[in-house]
Design a protein around this ligand. Structure first.
Ligand SMILES: Nc1ncnc2c1ncn2[C@@H]1O[C@H](COP(=O)(O)OP(=O)(O)O)[C@@H](O)[C@H]1O
Ligand SMILES: [Mg+2]
Length: 254
């Protein structure tokens, strides 16, 4: 099982949209077995896949339960090959509880839980909160790869240096495998000169690898979330559906 964290310290850059759609494409187009972990208390990935609830265990229990049973935590989605670990506001309290618990190691809880199901899935995609907290650190410790969605605006690069430092520290201290696969531009508007220049500038920076593929902005994206549908099903012909398929291919190639 390969584990990929989608992360950025900013909100609204399409972390959730990218996680859900990449996970769905890996399952639906490529036939892989995929586990999506919603690692944001807002639970947006859980909502898009119609699984948000307070009655079933989810990512909070992975953080707090010593003998968590992944078979009880993982739920099926409506899509063949795609399962989910959900999140809700209980993750807030769970993270605090972990920080107060000096008995057990705090940073390897995802990693240990995922070991239970490593043989069952080809990929695990983790949709992270726009934050460095104990569950996002757990995600980085459990991941092989990291991808950073970036939206071109005046503040596009805010927090990137801090995030890269966190990734480098995690690699050094706890997870020598961790690879920053790269940034990718989301919500790209090709008719906008600022978007074209911003992307070019990002590519010119040596610090961050950048994927060739960018994801075009489409008016279909928001309604696809209201419809609770991945974009390739909601609007197979829109730019973003094509682009997410291309991005997954590019990810699989390197
Ligand atoms: N390619 C796109 N085209 C248009 N809107 C998009 C696109 N990608 C994401 N969005 C919209 O941007 C907003 C933020 O996306 P989201 O994935 O929730 O970001 P994050 O998880 O980083 O906070 C949502 O309203 C979503 O519908
Ligand atoms: Mg999100």
């Amino acid at each position: 099982m390969k584990t990929l964290s989608i992360i950025n310290l900013k909100g609204g850059v399409a972390k959730t949209i990218s996680s859900v759609n990449m996970a769905h494409i890996l399952a639906a187009v490529h036939g892989y077995k995929v586990l999506l972990i919603d690692n944001d208390k807002q639970g947006n990935a859980s909502k898009i896949l119609n699984r948000h609830n307070y009655s079933r265990p989810g990512v909070a229990e992975i953080m707090t339960d010593r003998k968590v049973d992944m078979n009880k935590v993982i739920q099926k989605t409506d899509y063949e090959g795609l399962d989910i670990v959900t999140a809700n506001m209980t993750l807030l309290k769970a993270n605090l509880e972990v920080l107060l618990d000096q008995q057990r190691p705090q940073q390897i809880r995802f990693k240990k839980a995922l070991e239970q199901v490593a043989g069952k899935y080809d990929f695990c995609i983790i949709d992270n909160a726009p934050d460095i907290n104990i569950s996002t650190i757990n995600a980085l410790v459990a991941s092989d790869d990291v991808m950073i969605p970036v939206t071109i605006d005046d503040f596009a690069l805010d927090g990137l240096a801090e995030l890269k430092e966190q990734i480098d520290n995690t690699r050094e201290d706890l997870n020598p495998n961790l690879t920053l696969k790269g940034c990718f531009v989301t919500q790209f508007d090709s008719s906008n000169e600022a978007d074209r220049q911003g992307e070019e500038y990002l590519r010119s920076m040596a610090e961050y690898p950048v994927f060739e593929t960018h994801i075009r902005r489409t008016p279909k994206m928001k309604p696809s979330t209201f419809a609770r549908e991945p974009i390739i099903l909601y609007s197979s012909r829109c730019g973003a559906a094509q682009d997410y398929k291309k991005l997954v291919e590019e990810y699989l190639k390197n």
